[in-house]
Design a protein. Structure first.
Length: 292
């Protein structure tokens, strides 16, 4: 029996409210580290230089619009119960949690909110690569008292968005996230920004995310379509509930937009956004005009 999470109904049957769906996007080159083996070849997807800033670099893409849907849902939720601090994590490595974290941070900044994106993956950090910023000092530098929050905050050239990279890799990452220094930094960041987003390690890989989650206002769980098993999702949800974390919902990532299995990501929706970017390739009925 196929135990992989395939679509939105699969995720919601497991008790996870799906706040949005990210389509599969091909990369010319990868900017994030790998926890395991590389992905298999993909067919018929949008190809961009990097997906980690796609909301900024390709604002008319289907992926960018999908991210704005998640942003809207988060903003509606915040109106009822403000969650200034949020953890983005996943069940397994390579589910796409960093891609989701960076793009949601950018989308929120584009809406006028002051956003701080923090790389709390103290084992395999990647935010510094995603934004091409220095990683010689960062979160770990602040947590051991070597730098202040302002001294480790970097401008990435996107209005309203700042980032804190990981900094030097520590020998005790989980312990650093459970200290008074971290609590003080979290409080300071929340007082200065409208949103503070933490990119954390996968839940089933290490304990860091489970330590970080209950200290923040909410958790967004990233699930990779046709890859993350239902058992993995159940295990991740259980881990978060065990520490009484507030699960905001999930994002279904790496969805094939041409499969027609995911509602608004299939069929005419797909062709509508393709026509916005490549009007010469798609006619008014959504049919490709390129040569066969």
């Amino acid at each position: 029996m196929d135990r992989r999470t395939r679509d939105v109904p699969d995720g919601e049957r497991l008790g996870l409210t799906i706040l949005g769906v990210f389509p599969r996007v091909g990369e010319a080159s990868s900017t994030t580290p790998s926890y395991g083996r590389g992905r298999s070849k993909r067919k018929r997807v949008e190809v961009v230089e990097s997906v980690v800033q796609i909301v900024h670099t390709h604002p008319m893409s289907m992926a960018a619009e999908s991210c704005r849907t998640v942003r809207t849902n988060l903003m509606f939720m915040a109106a009822e119960s403000p969650n200034k601090t949020m953890v983005v994590t996943s069940a397994n490595p390579k589910d796409g949690k960093t891609t989701v974290a960076t793009n949601i941070a950018i989308a929120l900044a584009q809406s006028g909110q002051r956003v701080l994106l923090v790389d709390a993956d103290l084992r395999r950090p990647s935010i510094h690569k995603a934004f091409d910023v220095d990683n010689r000092v960062g979160l770990t530098s602040a947590l051991v008292g070597e730098r202040s929050l302002s001294q480790v905050t970097a401008d990435v050239g996107i209005d309203k968005l700042s980032v804190v990279t990981c900094g030097p890799l520590p020998p005790n990452p989980a312990e650093l996230l459970h200290t008074k220094q971290f609590s003080r930094l979290l409080e300071e960041a929340a007082s200065q920004y409208d949103r503070v987003i933490f990119d954390s390690p996968p839940l089933r890989a290490v304990t860091d995310a489970a330590i970080l989650a209950p200290q923040c206002g909410g958790v967004l769980l990233v699930v990779r379509a046709r890859a993350t098993t239902r058992d993995a999702v159940i295990s991740a949800i259980r881990s978060l509930r065990d520490v009484r974390a507030n699960i905001l919902g999930g994002v279904l990532n790496d969805v094939d937009p041409t499969s027609g299995e995911h509602g608004y990501l299939g069929g005419n929706y797909y062709h509508y956004y393709r026509s916005e970017e490549h009007p010469e390739e798609v006619d008014s009925d959504g049919h490709s005009q390129s040569a066969a």
